[in-house]
Design a protein around this ligand. Structure first.
Ligand SMILES: [Ca+2]
Ligand SMILES: [Ca+2]
Ligand SMILES: [Ca+2]
Length: 332
């Protein structure tokens, strides 16, 4: 008899968990604990590159927080400390350049151009679901394939709570090296400190060549979204019109504190495969000579994140397991 009471209590508990799990799956109950993750910095200008003084016209960041809104972004270097204000990306010279892993160029999905990608933008794209593109609805075709479909909605959704922020540069930067820090804070006070450095030189010339990641051409500010593999191939191909001999050129990639030398393959080509260890990785690619010919770009790679089962699904499974095991136990 005692065993029966115990089993009935377990069955009741199982039913409660199952009920709560289903209510969560259907959206009636929210188990999300408060936001504990800091924002991610997707792109900055300046970035870890070399500039002539007149190229430094604005401080820019694209910052995303998956869980809540960004409340403040500040930029600090050896000369200034400024608040970056939310502005539509259309008012920014240095724009984020979203690319799919297969090289498809995507639009920046702030479709209502208010400086923040949020549910409003997802809904605007969804409102045009199933339409073929003409002049009136082209801006909702985020992946530029001529049709407004689920991909356009999911790309927009994957950038929710991304803000574009900027301030104008008023200082004149003397030649030299500058370290900068961008601090982004979300609604729950989680803080991301993003650091980089840049060089101001007046007499550099561009070393002509092309950068590739996984055989896809990338430029400064390219962000590769939803990449499946965590190993990527980096390549630099010297332009056929560049007269500098290959032996004078050094090609490196910087990821955080790590520096990787790309291997020389001959015929003006360098290559290296590296393994990414984080969901968001900023890579600075630099080809240079010791006579100030430089080609330097910064790209960001976002790995596709795994989908974990929701709390609701987990509770439902535990609930069912409790009910089943209690019934089996009772029948013994
Ligand atoms: Ca957060
Ligand atoms: Ca928007
Ligand atoms: Ca599309």
């Amino acid at each position: 008899m005692k065993n029966n009471i115990f089993s009935w209590i377990m069955i009741f508990l199982g039913l409660c968990l199952l009920g709560a799990g289903i209510a969560n799956i259907l959206g009636y109950i929210n188990f999300e604990i408060i936001d504990t993750n800091p924002p991610n910095v997707l792109y900055t200008f300046p970035t870890s590159a070399s500039y002539r003084p007149d190229e430094l016209t604005e401080y820019v960041a694209y910052v995303q927080d998956k869980e809540s809104k960004i409340t403040s972004v500040t930029y600090t270097d050896d000369l200034v400390s400024v608040n970056l204000e939310i502005v539509p990306y259309t008012q920014i010279e240095h724009q984020l350049n979203i690319t799919s892993p297969t090289g498809t160029q995507c639009k920046y999905p702030d479709v209502n151009i208010d400086g923040i990608i949020d549910v409003t933008d997802v809904n605007l794209v969804s409102d045009h679901y199933g339409e073929y593109v003409d002049a009136s609805n082209d801006k909702y075709d985020i992946n530029n394939d001529g049709y407004i479909g689920t991909d356009d909605i999911s790309i927009t959704a994957s950038f929710v709570y991304t803000v574009s922020v900027k301030a104008d540069v008023t200082e004149v930067y003397p030649e030299g090296n500058y370290a900068f820090t961008i601090v982004a804070i979300d609604e729950y006070g989680n803080l991301r400190e993003y650091t980089g450095w840049f060089e101001v030189i007046s007499d550099y010339t561009t070393l002509k060549g092309t950068w590739k990641i996984n055989d896809m051409i990338v430029d400064d500010g390219t962000i590769i979204n939803d990449l499946l593999e965590d190993e990527i191939k980096l390549s630099f191909i010297k332009s056929s019109t560049e007269s500098i001999p290959d032996s004078d050129i050094t090609v490196i990639a910087r990821v955080g504190e790590q520096t990787y030398a790309l291997d020389y393959l001959g015929n003006g080509k360098w290559e290296r495969t590296i393994k990414l260890t984080k969901t968001y990785t900023t890579i600075t690619l630099e080809a240079y000579t010791n006579t100030n010919e430089i080609n330097k770009i910064t790209v960001t790679v976002i790995l596709k994140t795994q989908q974990y089962p929701s709390y609701g699904l987990l509770l439902s499974i535990i609930g069912i397991a409790l009910i089943v095991s209690s019934v089996v136990y009772m029948k013994k």
